[in-house]
Design a protein around this ligand. Structure first.
Ligand SMILES: [Zn+2]
Length: 237
């Protein structure tokens, strides 16, 4: 039963790996709660069915609007926004019990990244970094602080999200964050055991290539030839 549910979550169509990992974290008890942003038209129904099957409780947040492709964090209540060219997404706060899901929603709506991060059970050290800097890192910031001499640690590389291939659903505090590495390794094990081949291939590709930054855009420089297996080549010891 459990294996069937895990496979079914990995096989959700039109859903990012990040959402799948968030759902799996809650299902498997790796984290008490998660927030997933579901596209109103394409995703809500399928994801809801899956959550019900997995016996996960949901608190539904206000609708949100992603303003532009370049400002993923800039969201507004779409009930107050009638603009046409916007993506409508609904936040689902998910947990094993309803109280936790409801409280999670309240924490997010209170706009405290730190309180919310604690309830999402992100590692303490990573929450501390957000508290000290006053904001959640951007992907460009993480591109810089998570590399040393143009090398990254495959277990702390959220930049792979540009290819929907990140093994983490949060920004690690550093390339050596042990708690983040532990989560990434758990996720990779799930992926190799239960995910369809295309996800495995994508994750391997985005963790065996090099990255570069040009004019604010991150590019992946795929290695020539066949995709090398995910390994510790870039792991900083
Ligand atoms: Zn950390």
């Amino acid at each position: 039963m459990k294996e069937e549910v895990i496979k079914s979550i990995f096989n959700l169509k039109g859903t990012t790996l990040q959402i799948k990992l968030d759902i799996l974290d809650v299902y498997l008890g790796y984290r008490k709660g998660a927030r997933i942003l579901c596209h109103l038209n394409e995703q809500v129904e399928e994801i809801t069915k899956e959550l019900i099957t997995a016996e996960i409780k949901i608190a539904v947040g206000k609708g949100m609007v992603t303003q532009t492709a370049n400002s993923a964090n800039n969201v507004k209540d779409y009930f107050e926004n009638n603009s046409e060219n916007t993506e409508k997404v609904v936040p689902f706060y998910i947990a094993k019990n309803q109280d936790y899901a409801d409280t999670l929603r309240e924490a997010d709506e209170s706009k405290s990244d730190v309180e919310f991060g604690k309830m999402l059970e992100y590692p303490d050290c990573c929450i501390k970094k957000v508290a000290e800097s006053g904001h959640v890192p951007s992907i460009i910031e993480s591109f810089h602080y998570l590399q040393e001499n143009e090398k990254f640690n495959v277990w702390t590389w959220p930049v792979a999200m540009i290819g929907d291939a990140s093994l983490l659903v949060h920004y690690p505090c550093s390339s050596k964050c042990l708690k983040s590495m532990d989560l990434a390794k758990k996720h990779f094990k799930l992926i190799t055991n239960y995910a369809p081949e295309n996800i495995v291939t994508r994750v391997e590709k985005y963790h065996s290539s090099n990255y570069s930054l040009d004019k604010g855009i991150i590019f992946i420089n795929e290695k020539n030839g066949s995709i090398s297996p995910l390994n510790n080549l870039y792991e900083i010891s």
